[in-house]
Design a protein around this ligand. Structure first.
Ligand code: NAI
Ligand code: MG
Length: 364
């Protein structure tokens, strides 16, 4: 039997509620499909701080590093709003991203047919939408040095953030985009601001050269990131895979998220470089949403974002493509049947609980 190790970090708020629904799927896959998942579980975020004064313990970091994949729920909540900065709940997630070198953030924007009609946008614009935004996650202006606020002494201050990208960082994120495009519709659109930023010039040059050398079978286009934002709203179906830097990717993926409905529907994956020996990438899968303290503990959370994150895990960490397709189809079928948690229900329509939604997907 295959050995596939999963490290579960449910976290705070609705994180554990959503993770419970994934646990049912793992049990089913082990018992009925012989999937051979071995799971272990740790603590991250506020619960980890309460237990041992850190947002994630060293022991759990070791387990996360050793596992084939990490499934992450959500962290944070008002209870921990005033804990020291370096042990705040988010520090656990940032530590995982940094130590596992998860440089590629994958954010799909999929609009399920059953939800297209209730979207705040025109149904013809979003129906059947299926795009993948790939954001560089460990470089760029969020991390570049110098990064400081200088007191100029005359009542004025100066804030400095620095955008830095090296060739290898652009090549490896472009490589992820081209590889994934081949498993989809073979189209990549790279976005930067080469008209005003040196990092945009280098980004464009490196993506173009890397494409020519290794992936010329994939269709490559370039777009200025601001125009890209406009096109995402105007006609998103023109895109398949979008690859962009950390800052633009942060914004563009949030824009794309709103094309698809609730935060409760959005999965994500963060991948590292392939291991030199095994070829396996370190990976963490998490819903886009946070710990939703306003609905935590009430059975109102939509588990689909977490379940769809698990589907990404099957696809990208274990090459269980048929199983991933089947799970995504199960989600679509449940939505087609009109089964809705409160966040995706029409006003006044009947709703189901977190557990009932998980059960319905499992049954499909
Ligand atoms: P949030 O994503 O937790 O919630 C925003 C709104 O969306 C809330 O009204 C919530 O009820 C709703 N919502 C979110 N997920 C849902 C789901 N699965 N089903 C139904 N409704 C859902 O963001 P917010 O309120 O800004 O942050 C709450 C806490 O979560 C904060 O402590 C924040 O720091 C943390 N956070 C953690 C993240 C993570 O763990 N990756 C990401 C974002 C926020
Ligand atoms: Mg963002």
């Amino acid at each position: 039997m295959a050995h596939r190790t999963l490290f579960l970090l449910p976290g705070d708020g609705i994180g554990p509620e959503a993770m419970n629904e994934v646990r049912k799927l793992i049990t089913y896959m082990n018992d009925e499909l012989g999937a051979g998942f071995e799971t272990d579980e740790g603590m991250v975020g506020g619960c980890a701080y309460d237990a041992h004064g850190a947002a994630i313990s060293e022991a759990d970091m070791e387990k996360a590093t050793a596992a084939d994949a990490v499934l992450f729920g959500a962290v944070g909540g008002p209870k921990w709003d005033s804990v020291p900065y370096d042990v705040r709940p988010e520090a656990g997630l940032l530590r995982l991203r940094k130590d596992l070198e998860l440089f590629a953030n994958l954010r799909p924007a999929i609009c399920y047919p059953a939800l297209a009609k209730s979207s705040s946008l025109k149904p013809e614009v979003v129906e059947g939408l299926d795009i993948l935004i790939i954001r560089e996650l460990t470089g760029g202006v969020y991390f570049g040095e110098p990064k400081e606020i200088i007191d100029l002494g005359n009542g004025q201050k100066r804030a400095i953030d620095t955008q830095v990208y090296d060739t290898y960082e652009i090549e490896r994120i472009a490589g992820v985009a081209f590889d994934l495009a081949r498993t989809r519709n073979n189209k990549v659109c790279s976005m930067e601001k080469r008209n005003v930023m040196k990092s945009g010039v280098l980004w464009n040059d490196v993506v173009t050269a890397y494409h020519k050398a290794h992936h010329s079978d994939v269709e490559l286009t370039h777009m200025l990131a601001d125009a890209g934002g406009m096109q995402l709203v105007r006609w998103p179906k023109q895109f398949d895979v979008i690859v962009t830097d950390n800052l633009f990717g942060d914004m563009l993926s949030d824009v794309a998220a709103m094309l698809t409905g609730s935060l409760g529907m959005l999965p994500s994956a963060s991948l590292g470089a392939p291991d030199g020996k095994t070829g396996k990438r370190k990976a963490l899968y998490e819903p886009v949403h946070g710990s939703a303290p306003d609905i935590a503990g009430q059975g109102k959370a939509n588990p689909i974002a977490m379940i769809a994150s698990f589907a990404m895990c099957l696809r990208y960490s274990f090459e269980m493509i048929a199983e991933a397709d089947r799970l995504e189809k199960a989600i679509a079928n449940v939505l087609d049947k009109g089964i809705r948690t409160p966040d995706i229900a029409e006003k006044g329509a009947p709703t189901v609980s977190t557990v009932e939604m998980g059960d319905a997907i499992l049954a499909e």
